[in-house]
Design a protein around this ligand. Structure first.
Ligand code: MTE
Ligand code: MO
Length: 378
């Protein structure tokens, strides 16, 4: 009998679910296994911000209290009593929606791995990622009811948080904002999200309402939503056009070298060896892979041949990471390197850290190169 069927027939599922929404999710762990920390793991205690601790990586869903936070203008006070979402600009029917209006609409969930595009951009910033079951209502039907006018090309999402921005000697008080093309905004996976792992969206993650854009880097998922505005010009705010802009040196087919500046957008193929454990002299490497539909994950130890890891078959959510593991037979004493690479269903391979693609990148966003981990076996 499959484990899932056993849970179902024993009636455990519902209880486990009620106790904690992530308890039912599997993780291929071994009872009693002991962690062997990587030598390159930055100490978590050095910063007081919440980041995923890969050493404790043992659940498919990231509990809310272990979920990282990014807020560029601090965490705003939001008046929940009087909160309304404005939908305006080039629409036939401008709207002001209360949270009750939004909750009365059809509910949709998505299990989505949200990664800050700055993750792995610095040696100490490697846990800006987490997977949650996000609940809300689809955005597209609301935009359709509002009726985007023919000349509308851009949908801008404004947050309640704001700060001063200086540009060309002008100081502007700006709300956090990101935009999408009308076509991207209308994708049926986008959610106006008010729930995270079965509880009300926490304040730090954007209460009462945030955008969840599955398949996009975290920056697209605007928190503390205030206004959605449709316009007929491209939006060039800080987080579209100045910050979260990747600068990459590329070589064209004719050999010419050009610099590309692109706005951070959809996620990129990535994987990581997260932790190593030992139990009864059996060593096991655990990791995750995400950012594109994953076909397989391969692991190389000490620069040796690529070995195919086992992907946990229990979880099959299109926009969530895959958990993988590889049994490591008889490692010798001393220092070793472990590196993983993800391969997507189109055959793309996660780039090596020293590939032209990664070396040509001169900004820290979208750091999806292979990560070489170091470990000492005693
Ligand atoms: N309003 C607002 N939304 C925001 C941000 C912000 O600073 N303000 N940061 C973005 C970035 S850079 C990331 S990585 C994600 C992080 O989401 P989390 O804090 O729920 O983990 O939120 C995004 N949405
Ligand atoms: Mo981010």
């Amino acid at each position: 009998m499959e484990r899932r069927d056993f849970l179902r027939s024993s009636g455990l599922t519902l209880t486990a679910f009620m106790l904690s929404p992530w308890a039912i999710h599997a993780f291929p762990k071994i009872e009693g296994e002991k962690l062997i920390p990587f030598l390159d793991q930055p100490p978590n205690s050095s910063s007081n911000r919440v980041l995923l601790d890969w050493n404790k990586f043992d659940s498919f869903i990231t509990p809310n209290d272990q979920f990282f936070n990014v807020s560029h203008y601090g965490k705003p006070a939001v008046d929940l009593e009087n909160w309304k979402l404005e939908i305006s600009g080039l629409v036939e029917n401008p709207m002001m929606l209360t949270i009750d209006d939004i909750k009365a609409r059809p509910k949709q969930d998505v299990t989505f791995t949200l990664e800050c595009s700055g993750n792995h951009g610095f040696p100490t910033f490697t846990g800006a990622i987490g997977t949650a079951k996000w609940g809300g209502t689809p955005l597209a039907p609301i935009l359709k009811e509002a009726g985007i006018k023919e000349d509308g090309i851009e949908v801008i999402f404004f947050g309640h948080d704001s700060g001063k921005e200086n540009l060309r000697k002008v100081t502007m008080q700006q709300n956090f904002a990101r935009s999408m093309s009308v076509e991207d905004a209308l994708e049926d996976t986008n959610l106006l999200c008010y729930e995270m792992n079965g509880v009300s969206l926490p304040h730090d993650n954007g209460a009462p309402l945030r955008l969840i854009a599955p398949g996009w880097y975290g920056i697209a998922c605007v928190k503390w939503l205030k206004r959605i505005e449709v316009r007929n010009t491209r939006f060039m705010g800080r987080f579209m056009a100045r910050d979260y802009v990747t600068m990459r040196k590329e070589t064209r087919p004719d050999g010419e070298t050009v610099w590309m500046e692109t706005s951070v957008g959809r996620t990129q193929l990535k994987s990581l060896a997260a932790k190593v454990t030992v139990y009864n002299d059996e060593y096991r490497i655990y990791g995750a892979a995400w950012g594109a539909p994953i076909d397989r994950v391969e692991v190389s130890i000490d620069g040796g041949p690529w070995q195919i890891a086992t992907i946990d078959p229990e979880e099959d959510a299109e926009y969530a990471w895959k958990i993988w593991h590889l049994n490591w037979e008889n490692p010798s004493k001393g220092e070793h390197t472990i590196v993983s690479r993800a391969i997507d269903t189109k055959g793309n391979i996660q780039p090596a850290g020293d590939s032209d693609y990664i070396k040509g990148k001169h900004t820290y966003w979208e750091s999806n190169g292979q990560v070489v981990r170091k470990i000492n076996i005693e």
